[in-house]
Ligand binder design. Structure first.
Ligand code: SAH
Length: 491
């Protein structure tokens, strides 16, 4: 069983930092005895530009059977021979996940004494598992990893029988690539999803596994579109445990949404609207600027991502040029208010067919968001913790990929002009950051370059000669060249 993790580096963050993050020196090969065999960690390559760590697990199949742990789910007694003659030593499986948990436990927890700030930073990662048993095949592999921000290559491995008509084996060769994830997230994804794909645990599943699942799934399992399948398979389909975990996941999700998102953000929206709409109708000006830019882009099918209480959706509905409008928000409360504002329940059929409200988090890729002309992120990015921002960037610009994306955010330089705002304060307590014009531009240029968009900037509100406008807007378009190139590739 074999897995490699690679990263590339820059001057500020050399690839060999992988050694610090994994707590394993790139110069040494190390071996660890686990209860199922020996795990070896070594680095096939390690320089400032590229560094690859390999984890090789030599499973002692005989010891495994003697320990009475080789049967898997429902292992039949007459399968005695199969217990010895099986694929265990070659295929990645739940045992590889156990080895990850044993050998890289600090890295999984995101602890790094030598570089305390490093674990929180996403870095370019490439994970390769040449032979991964995957019940559900490449399709399920993609459904599990893509929503987490991975670009997935999953090739079925052909059966080596000499009879091509026998088809493919149950293995896939897996390559995962991402620039938006931390190493801790990557390891925790593998720790949970490798056994889920293998779908045959090689050890007894007890209620401790529920804790392990929730710990490893922190921050990504609640809200994952396949969370039910993941939970049930991870717990070997033991319904009482699955139910326990689902109950706790629901609680985790509600708790997460409750304190950090629903309430503060609902208040944020209300207060922002109140504070702004009286002295300067900035919220109104922002909507006008957005609608103007959407019209210019020729969009007719539009996503309002982080739509809040639906003011923009309502304004867009008044213009028949917009034939389909989808509001998306993580907050059920905001959506309930939006639905009331739009009078969705009393709308005529034709109007109702033009508008949809969806609950979802922008930190996950979401198939429902593909294929639209334009997406708006109005005053949303500043509500995300900076380490979550790359996940949103990937979900919007990489996966949903509308032709046009509009992003607005406060210009922090303008804050000195707000009479009621004490120096050094953000405009609202839930803003995780507010950017200067230079910071916003640098971010937008980086995102545009990474995902093949062109970007321009527009001021919203009075453009102060010294500190600029209160709201800054970036307008992203996919270059036609990119679109053509992509289509050519697809054909
Ligand atoms: N677009 C509206 C609301 C901005 S307030 C406007 O311009 O007035 C920010 C909104 O983003 C809130 O409604 C909040 O619930 C939503 N939001 C924050 N994080 C989110 C996430 N990860 N996924 C989806 N929506 C999110």
């Amino acid at each position: 069983m074999f897995l490699t993790i690679s990263t590339s580096g820059t001057a500020a963050s050399p690839a060999t930092d992988l050694g610090f993050l994994l707590h394993k020196h790139p110069g040494n090969a190390q071996s660890f005895t686990t209860s199922y065999g020996v795990a070896h960690v070594f680095y096939p390559e390690a320089d400032a530009e590229r560094c690859t760590a390999a984890l090789l697990l030599e499973v002692d199949a005989v010891a495994l059977v003697r320990r009475g742990k080789g049967k898997g789910r429902g292992g039949a007694p007459d399968a005695a021979l199969a217990q010895y003659v099986n694929d265990r030593p070659y295929a990645a499986s739940s045992l590889l996940a156990v080895a990850i948990g044993n050998v890289f436990s600090s890295a999984m927890r995101g602890v790094c004494k030598a570089r305390p700030e490093a674990p929180a930073q996403p870095r370019p990662l490439r994970v390769e598992v040449p032979a991964l048993p995957a019940r559900g095949g490449p399709v399920l592999v993609r459904q599990l990893f893509e929503p987490l921000g991975w670009t997935v290559t999953a090739e079925p491995v052909a059966l080596d029988t000499g009879f091509p008509e026998w088809g493919d084996s149950r293995y896939v060769g897996l390559v995962l690539e991402s620039e938006a994830l931390t190493l801790s997230e990557a390891l925790r994804h593998l720790y949970v999803l490798l056994p889920v794909l293998d779908d045959a645990k090689h050890y007894w599943v007890s209620s401790e596994e529920v804790d392990k699942l929730l710990r490893a799934g922190e921050g990504w399992l609640p809200g994952h579109p396949e969370q039910k399948l993941i939970t049930s398979r991870y717990l070997s389909r033991r319904w009482s445990l699955t139910r326990q975990a689902m109950e706790r996941l629901e609680l985790v999700r509600l708790a997460e949404a409750d304190d950090s998102e629903v309430e503060e953000i609902d208040n944020a929206v209300e207060e922002e609207a109140e504070a702004e709409e009286k002295p300067t109708p900035l919220a109104v000006r922002r909507r006008e600027a957005i609608i103007e830019a959407l019209r210019r882009s020729g969009a007719s099918r539009v996503l309002d991502l982080g739509c809040g209480q639906g003011q923009l959706v309502q304004a867009l509905l008044k213009d028949p040029a917009f034939t389909e409008i989808v509001g998306v928000d993580v907050s059920m409360r905001a959506l309930a208010i939006a639905s009331r504002r739009l009078k969705l329940d009393r709308m005529g059929e034709r109007q109702a067919a033009r508008v949809k409200l969806l609950q979802g988090s922008l930190a996950y890729t979401d198939r429902r968001l593909r294929g639209y002309d334009a997406a708006v992120l109005s005053e949303v990015i500043e509500h995300l913790d900076p380490p979550r921002l790359p996940a949103l960037e990937y979900a919007v610009f990489g996966a949903a990929r509308p032709r046009t994306v509009l992003v607005t955010t406060p210009n922090v330089e303008y804050n000195v002009r707000w009479e009621t705002l004490p120096a050094g304060h953000t405009r609202h307590g839930d803003h995780r950051f507010e950017w200067t014009r230079a910071q916003f531009r640098a971010w937008a240029h980086r995102v545009a370059e990474l995902h093949g968009y062109e970007v321009g900037f527009t001021a919203v509100g009075p453009d102060d000669p010294e500190v600029g406008p209160p709201t800054q807007m970036a307008v992203f378009h996919t270059g036609t060249a990119t679109v053509v190139a992509k289509e050519a590739k697809a054909a």
